[in-house]
Design a protein around this ligand. Structure first.
Ligand code: NAP
Length: 283
């Protein structure tokens, strides 16, 4: 497995396994299968409702803790955010059955972001979260957080795939030492991604699938990918992307697929701000 080194020296695999939308009662099996397929980075969130199942699979898997890279995410907290964020972290850690996290992400750029971030900084200083970062931060919000807090986020996890490439976000993150991580690396199959003719033609030249080309393209750009699958065959396929390389022409052909637009939603859309800000998790 190839790794990137985050801005605080922590090493992170360039490819991991995401568990969003895997029902809690299927997650343990999926994570066990992903571990067997070789995945070591697991990406969950308090909001996914499957942290306990991820924890059970990890403990049963027998892979030494130091070889794993576990990420979970903090949901938007009520005031006082600093105190509540610490409590939410403790709940996640208990559900996962771990004594530290490799990466703790602020899931949404909403609420008392600065209070939440101070709590995350304290967790980082105490060694309970080896790295801290954010998700769904637009460049303006990311810069503001970076300039006005003590610790620069190690990661920003944002929607990124062949149809929404985030080149400007990527350049800005690189400039400020924030690792770009993709969510929805397959756009969840939207826009006909898995049958896209440009990606298929490139795949044929390497004997690889469209999914493998989509992941290879992310990794070659320096973007960390966390594809989700409940199928052991597709897990294995998605992991098998380190024995080929896209040529410059192929990278350029994929770059031309960018529409510059989200296939999900814009976190600056007032409807989304309202909906996500009001959502609270139980327990
Ligand atoms: P995704 O990885 O873009 O797509 C998953 C879909 O692709 C599933 O329907 C899966 O079906 C299918 N698939 C997987 N491998 C395939 C292959 N080789 N060939 C054909 N189909 C394949 O979607 P995602 O789960 O939304 O994103 C990945 C991860 O990012 C999440 O699991 C989560 O950890 C993270 N995420 C974070 C945020 C955030 O706000 N921070 C938001 C969304 C997601 P099967 O399962 O049936 O294989």
């Amino acid at each position: 497995m190839e790794h990137v080194t985050l801005n605080n020296g922590v090493r992170m695999p360039v490819l991991g396994f995401g568990v969003y939308q895997i029902p809690a009662d299927r997650t343990e099996q999926a994570v066990s299968q992903a571990l067997a397929a070789g995945y070591r980075l697991f990406d969950t969130a308090a909001a996914y409702g499957n942290e306990e199942a991820v924890g059970r699979a990890i403990r049963a898997g027998g892979v030494p803790r130091e070889e794993l890279f576990v990420t979970t995410k903090l949901w938007v907290q009520d005031a006082p955010a600093e105190e509540n964020a610490r409590r939410a972290f403790e709940t996640s850690l208990r559900k996962l059955g771990l004594d530290y996290l490799d990466l703790y992400l602020m899931h949404q750029p909403y609420g008392d972001v600065y209070g939440q971030w101070r709590a995350m900084e304290a967790l980082n200083r105490e060694g309970l979260a080896k790295a801290i970062g954010v998700a769904n931060f637009s460049p303006d919000r990311l810069l503001d957080l970076t300039f006005n807090t003590g610790i620069t986020p190690a990661v920003n996890q944002i929607e990124t795939h062949v149809f929404f490439q985030r080149a400007a976000d990527h350049a800005l993150m690189r400039e400020h030492g924030v690792q770009h991580q993709s969510w929805g690396g397959f756009a969840e199959g939207k826009n006909g991604l898995f049958t896209n003719p440009v990606l298929s033609a490139i795949g044929e030249t390497h004997g690889k699938s469209v999914a493998q080309v989509a992941l290879r393209w992310l990794i070659q750009r320096g973007v960390v990918a966390i594809p989700k699958s409940v199928s052991p065959d597709r897990m294995a396929q998605n992991f098998d992307v380190f024995d080929f390389e896209l040529t410059d022409d192929q990278m350029a052909a994929v770059a031309a697929l960018d529409t510059g637009e989200t296939l999900f939603f814009d976190h600056r859309d007032p409807e989304m701000v309202t909906w996500l800000s009001k959502r609270r998790l139980d327990g």
